[in-house]
Design a protein around this ligand. Structure first.
Ligand code: PGA
Length: 251
């Protein structure tokens, strides 16, 4: 069964105290979110323990925004997948376009990150998406296909069953410009077909594929109504409890 997920990517925002307050507000107000919508929050690393505590008795799951491509050792400043699993993370966002653009992440570093996340029982939320120039050149299908092939095609079907994919066109992230329902549905269907061709129809059918990029209460409902869109990865709008809940409710 394909799961519905609405995940909040807080990026590098909020102090720990603000993050805990936001998490508590979510817990207090999530009553009207449909029971089959899985809510996830991805605060910065230093918040994870405190935010994890704030959401402990709720249905909200905890995610990190990144993990190291090495299991442990002399890698100053890095955080290992095992450490995240050890403090109760269930998910980890990997391959976000900001990591690719500003921190030089490539498929070569993402392959071991995905592998380590899976080995430690974390579910990767693997982000793909094209830049504006790539879409304008009509190259978006090839770009997204390569991002999937290079990083996910080495997995077993069993492992692929634990992957969540987030399609986030770079031109829509934080810009206020959202992909149209048609643009999003078209590429989500393409992603599902790419997965089906490699891993079979059942794995593809069960795979949760999120849309991300200026998703907000006013456009979430129609995006989530598309047959191949199974929820959202929400940046800016996840920093306001009311907006994030409204997005989850609109499902
Ligand atoms: P946005 O970010 O909702 O602020 O556009 C989405 C994301 O980067 O995950």
């Amino acid at each position: 069964m394909r799961r519905k997920i609405v995940a909040g990517n807080w990026k590098m925002n909020t102090t720990v105290a603000e993050g805990v307050a936001l998490a508590k507000e979510l817990v207090a107000n999530m009553g009207e979110v449909p029971a089959d919508v899985n809510m996830v929050v991805a605060p910065p690393f230093v918040h994870l323990t405190s935010v994890g505590e704030a959401i402990r008795d709720s249905k909200i799951a905890l995610s990190a925004q990144n993990c190291a491509d090495q299991p442990k050792g002399a890698f100053t400043g890095e955080v290992a997948a095992a450490m995240l699993a050890g403090i109760g993370c269930q998910y980890v966002i990997l391959g976000h376009s900001e990591r690719r653009q500003y921190y030089g992440e490539t498929s070569a570093t993402l392959v071991p990150k995905i592998k380590l996340a899976l080995e430690n029982g974390l579910q990767p939320i693997y982000c793909v998406g094209e830049m504006l120039s790539e879409r304008e050149a009509g190259n978006h299908f090839n770009v997204v296909k390569a991002q999937i092939e290079e990083v996910l095609f080495g997995l077993t079907a069993e492992q692929m069953g634990h992957i969540v994919i987030a399609y986030e066109p770079v031109w829509a992230i934080g810009t206020g410009v959202t992909a149209t329902n048609e643009q999003a549905q078209e590429i989500h269907a393409f992603i599902r077909k790419t997965i089906a061709d490699k891993f079979g129809a059942r794995i593809a059918d069960d795979c949760t594929i999120l849309y991300g990029g200026s998703c907000k209460p006013s456009n979430a409902k129609e995006l989530f109504a598309c047959p191949d869109i199974d929820g959202g990865l929400i940046g800016g709008a996840s920093l306001k409890a009311a907006d994030f809940i409204a997005i989850a409710q609109s499902y």
